[in-house]
Design a binder for this molecule. Structure first.
Ligand code: WTA
Length: 649
């Protein structure tokens, strides 16, 4: 077997062989890109993407708003499919692996995928969907989710995907905010071997919205009777025209919106556009995973998150790679499933989240096969990867011979932007890497002063990279305030919401969120959104949600609730159930609180603001720091005792 990495001190570096096989093997690219990032991206845009019309200007910025490749015309679906047809038409585009082992996989070649996308694009048009309309996609991991995305992109419709694990209420909020014209969903999917019904949840979610049309994909053996406004996908396709001309999109016209949690109650619709996103999605996939046409990448993220958008769908297809998609959970029917899939289909690049890896560690090494020869690159995403997990990944899955790429990014950045390139390295447990060539991340102090090194708030300096969000759907104010305001003052850099350590050589260690966003098993949740859900309980006066570190999931949700009246312990249990069920129905099971404490009071400032910082420190057994702004310090002791007593369900 080819040796791919060498140990150098505490780190690993790529071998010569490995460098020879890499798209990028010289670290000079960082310096060159930094000299003129706009020119750098323009060159990539020119080489990598087929444009219908070339842009007039590379980059333009006005205050918080910026554009890339102005006047450039393209279509991302054309770039992901049509242009590959001649050379790669018979290559596999999608390998779909169902959860049930006795069910056959489904494979789409580029030609087959192109055919189906064209037909479905015609269906959407026939249903009245036009350029600029929002189409909501509420689908599990089945090939039709990629087909739907590409069909939308082909006709210039904006897709808004809602994670299929979200509740009907969460769907409703997103359909209303996006003013979606049509919903694409499925009758259901398989989860842990059970049938998970989706259509009912979808129906519930759109009941109180203006959306009247639903296209339903048939995943189960038997078709159920459809209601008014619902039509079967397969039946519509039978009648659809074969070719649909791709819509011409100006580079800065929206491609999709994706809702994500921030520090306020309502999720934000992050807007991504066509041109810059295409360029960056394509190159990060190529460079980070070092693949060649015909090779397979498996990104285990759900398509409902940005990782799925970029590394399950757009990135691999723009490059002509094969994307593998698995419907189910990692341990069905047993914890060997992932590795079996890798060996069976000969996956080259594997991209997953630390939480999944920590579960595998827990399940035991006996499930991991001795050989997984097809693998070349291992990627990690979504949350900090601790050293123990990194080393396990490196030793057990990578057999001590594969680069482990820790990739930092966010829904807002569109693609990963801090990492170590596989042909350059170094690969270091605990340190994500450096800013992707052509981007510049750094840290600032709490007051906004730019720091040369050390701990601070992670920010991006302009020019902002091509795949960056271009706004928050229908909420310009939120866009400006969330990303470009620090302590109420406008700043010239983009604020990520994370804290990090910057080393003098440009390497960055991510510390985690610096705001009230929680990452549970890599899922991004907002404390405010959770509190909003819990406030619906009539028995609760005030509530604070904070995170507690968790060995497997990274973070867990802890609720401190102030009941309106003192509760007997019998009643406590009932209200705990009520809180859990409120969270379940308004967000989904991923947001289930781990612990719920009932307290008499919550630490507050004079203006009544709850000091979540104190609660967080109490849960972590840390120094509490400055307490002078708290008016009701007495409550801290009570909370301390409650936490110490622990939580019994
Ligand atoms: C966190 C997921 C540490 C971070 C792609 C960020 C990470 C948030 C890493 C965005 C990483 C993502 N190391 N933390 N490699 N990758 N994060 O929008 O806090 O779901 O702000 O995008 O995940 O989460 P989102």
């Amino acid at each position: 077997m080819k040796k791919r990495v060498l140990k150098k001190g505490r780190f690993y570096v790529p071998t010569k062989d490995s460098k020879n096989e890499s798209w990028i093997s010289d670290e000079k690219i960082y310096g060159e890109a930094a000299k003129d990032p706009i020119k750098f991206w323009e060159k990539l845009a020119e080489e990598g993407i087929s444009w219908k019309e070339k842009w007039k200007k590379g980059y333009e910025q006005k205050g918080e708003f910026f554009k890339w490749f102005l006047g450039g015309k393209l279509n991302i679906c054309y770039n992901a499919l049509d242009r590959h047809l001649y050379r790669l038409g018979d290559n596999k585009a999608i390998i779909w692996v169902p959860e049930k082992e006795d069910e056959k996989e489904r494979i789409y070649t580029y030609k087959e995928l192109w055919k189906e996308v064209n037909k479905f694009a015609n269906v959407l048009k026939q249903k009245g969907i036009k350029k600029g309309d929002v189409v909501c996609i509420y689908l599990p991991l089945i090939p039709e989710v990629i087909i739907s995305m590409l069909a939308c992109a082909r006709i210039g419709a904006i897709h808004s995907i809602v994670f299929s694990g979200f509740s009907s209420d969460a769907l409703k909020v997103r359909v209303l905010d996006g003013e979606a014209k049509l919903l694409i969903t499925a009758d259901g999917y398989y989860r842990k071997g059970e049938k998970e019904k989706l259509l009912q949840r979808a129906e519930e979610g759109i009941k109180e919205t203006k959306l009247k049309r639903t296209i339903v994909i048939n995943r189960f053996d038997k078709k159920r009777a459809l209601k008014k406004g619902q039509e079967w996908y397969d039946e519509l396709l039978l009648k659809a025209g074969e070719y649909c001309e791709p819509e011409t999109m100006e580079s800065n016209e929206p491609l999709f919106i994706l809702y994500t949690s921030g520090t306020t109650g309502k999720p934000k619709g992050v807007i991504h556009e066509s041109g810059g996103y295409s360029v960056q999605a394509m190159y990060t996939t190529k460079w980070n995973f070092n693949l060649k046409e015909g090779e397979i990448i498996w990104c285990t993220a759900d398509i409902g998150w940005v990782t799925g958008h970029t590394y399950l769908c757009y990135g691999p297809l723009l490059n002509g790679f094969t994307t593998l998609m698995y419907e189910g959970i990692p341990n069905y029917p047993n914890p060997g499933r992932f590795w079996k899939i890798i060996n069976k289909y000969k996956v080259s690049a594997f991209y997953t989240a630390p939480t999944a890896l920590r579960m595998f560690i827990l399940w035991g090494d006996k499930w991991v096969p001795k050989k997984m020869d097809s693998l070349k690159i291992l990627g990690s995403v979504g949350e900090p990867i601790d050293e123990v997990t990194w080393k396990w990944y490196f030793k057990k899955i990578g057999k001590g011979n594969l680069p482990v790429i820790d990739t930092w990014w966010q829904t807002e950045t569109g693609t990963n932007v801090i990492n170590s390139l596989p042909g350059v390295g170094p690969f270091m447990p605990g340190i994500a890497g450096r800013s992707l060539p052509g981007t510049k991340y750094g840290v600032v102090s709490e007051t906004g002063r730019i720091l040369k090194k050390g701990k601070g708030l992670l920010v991006q300096f302009p020019p902002f990279s091509p795949a960056m969000l271009r706004g928050v759907w229908k909420n310009e104010k939120k866009y400006k305030e969330t990303y470009f305001k620090l302590n109420g003052k406008k700043v010239d850099y983009y604020i990520t919401g994370d804290a990090a350590v910057l080393y003098p050589n440009g390497f960055i260690k991510i510390l985690g969120r610096s705001d009230d966003v929680i990452k549970v098993a890599g899922h991004r949740l907002s404390t405010a959104e959770l509190e909003h859900a819990i406030h619906k309980s009539k028995s609760i006066g005030d509530v604070a949600v904070v995170s507690r570190p968790d060995k497997i999931k990274g973070e867990e949700i802890v609720v401190f609730a102030m009941p309106k009246k003192k509760l007997e312990s019998r009643k406590e249990e009932r209200i705990r159930k009520e809180i859990t069920s409120l969270v379940n129905t308004q967000i989904g099971p991923i947001a289930r609180p781990k612990e719920i404490y009932f307290v008499e009071d919550l630490p507050k400032t004079r203006s009544g603001k709850i000091m979540r910082r104190i609660l967080k420190s109490l849960l972590r057994d840390e120094e509490l720091g400055e307490l002078s702004t708290i008016v009701n310090k007495e409550c801290i002791d009570e909370i301390k005792i409650k936490i110490k007593e622990g939580f019994k369900r």
